[in-house]
Every structure is written in structure tokens, then in C-alpha cells.
Design a protein. Structure first.
Length: 75
């Protein structure tokens, strides 16, 4: 259930909406369905320092040292 950000093409109202499956989004202010999807600030952020499962996140599995498993100083 992603949250999308929109601008209404009719009244220019900006809003966020939780979208379920194939639900047609509508402006909560004027009920228009002519919407322009915006780039979400949340979805644009960087991932520096994030450790994702299965990416060789260090010997302890959580430090994310780019030198690989066994390189972190917490050993």
C-alpha cells in the first residue's frame, strides 16, 4: 500500500494518498480524478550507510563495512 503525493489538475490542491491495489485516486477537496503524481521526498532520499540483507554487511551482519566480512572494528 504505497503512499503517493499528488497535485489536483482542477483545484491545484496538494495531498498524499494511500493507494490500495487498483483504486482510482481522487482529490479530497474537489473529487476530481485528473491528478498529477509528484516525486515523493521520502522515496528520493539516499541510502548511504544503509545495510541491506544479503549485501555482505560485515562479519556481524550489521556494520556494513565496504571492505567486506571480517573487516569491521567490532570483531
Amino acid at each position: 500500500m504505497p503512499i503517493f503525493e499528488y497535485v489536483c489538475g482542477e483545484c491545484k490542491h496538494r495531498f498524499e494518498l494511500l493507494v490500495y491495489g487498483s483504486t482510482q485516486a481522487a482529490c479530497p477537496k474537489c473529487q476530481a480524478t485528473k491528478l498529477e503524481k509528484q516525486i515523493s521526498g521520502f522515496g528520493v532520499g539516499g541510502t548511504d550507510g544503509w545495510v541491506l540483507p544479503g549485501n555482505g554487511g560485515g562479519s556481524c551482519g550489521s556494520c556494513g563495512d565496504p571492505r567486506g566480512p571480517g573487516s569491521c572494528s567490532t570483531n
